[in-house]
Design a binder for this molecule. Structure first.
Ligand SMILES: C[S@@+](CC[C@H](N)C(=O)[O-])C[C@H]1O[C@@H](n2cnc3c(N)ncnc32)[C@H](O)[C@@H]1O
Length: 278
């Protein structure tokens, strides 16, 4: 039995520290340790791996990561009320857990971790997409992380893995699939969480590709895709008006019909258009 197995049940921990969930911090806790171990395993073997966890809360997933063999976990938690519960885990695994009481949006994890690390988190829903976009758009590629294993609202997960032609297909799908293999690894019902949220959730696993799937300048691609989907029901010749003077010619040169709409355009063609426009 490892030291982690001797820790008290999570429900006792949240009662002992009066960890009533705060909606403003997106707090929906996972208290079933079998479930948190399953989520940790989505990221593959963690033996010898450094992990960044955003929002450990009372530490259910943190326990899973350590039990699955993570070499070191950097856990960044904004809510200071969670620190005593996390300190208990730290004491059970000396040297393997560092807890930072900070806003993950303001922290540079590379100051604390040795590359390549994995990011595994049950993200707070209110900042989940912002963190994801940040992780997917580093200054250079490949990024300092190998993979992301992240819990999102199921609807956001579906937008990440969406294919052209579907309503969910948009900027998030293109951003993610351009430089990562992505898949939904698990879906979870509201009852898996305490308190249960109103929506279903899903764990998405992202594996960083060594290089983007198709060549394109990241900033140009981001600009073109954002403008294209901003008015997704318009034909592209209208949606992209003003981007460059001869947008219709550029669309044709990229092999795109100017009368098509953004949601019909596959990733490869978006990249071709970004190259034409750059
Ligand atoms: C959905 S809960 C997950 C808690 C825990 N990982 C679990 O699975 O039970 C999200 C956690 O993120 C924390 N959090 C919210 N905003 C944050 C931020 N900007 N930076 C770091 N942590 C944040 C919340 O306090 C909460 O503990």
């Amino acid at each position: 039995m490892s030291q982690i197995d001797t820790l008290p049940p999570l429900r006792d921990v949240i009662n002992a520290h009066d960890l009533r969930a705060k909606k403003s911090l997106g707090q929906n806790f996972l208290l079933d340790l079998n479930l948190t171990a399953r989520i940790a395993r989505v990221a593959g073997s963690l033996e010898g791996v450094d992990v960044l966890e955003v929002g450990p809360g009372p530490g259910g997933l943190t326990r899973g990561l350590l039990a699955e063999g993570a070499r070191h976990v950097l856990a960044v938690e904004k809510d200071a009320r969670c620190l005593p519960a996390l300190a208990q885990i730290e004491a059970a695994c000396p040297g393997r857990l560092t807890v930072v009481n900070a806003d993950a949006l303001k922290l540079d994890a590379s100051d604390h971790l040795s590359t390549p690390w994995r990011i595994i988190s049950n993200l707070p829903y209110n900042v989940g997409t912002e963190l994801l976009v940040r992780w997917l758009t580093p200054a250079s590629w490949p990024p300092p992380w190998q993979s992301l294993t992240l819990m999102f609202q199921k609807e956001v997960a579906e937008r990440i893995v969406a294919a052209p032609g579907s309503k969910a297909y948009g900027r998030l799908a293109i951003l993610a699939q351009w430089r990562c293999d992505v898949r939904i690894a698990m879906t979870l019902p509201p009852e898996a969480f305490t308190p249960p949220p109103k929506i279903h959730s899903a764990v998405v696993h992202f594996t960083a590709l060594p290089a983007p799937r198709f060549p394109a300048d990241a900033a140009v691609l981001e600009r073109v895709v954002a403008k294209g989907f901003n008015q997704r029901r318009k034909m592209l010749r209208a949606a992209l008006k003003g981007l460059v003077p001869d947008v219709e010619d550029r669309l044709v040169a990229a092999g795109i019909k100017p009368t098509d709409r953004a949601e019909q355009i596959p990733l490869e063609a978006w990249c071709a258009l970004a190259r034409e426009i750059a």
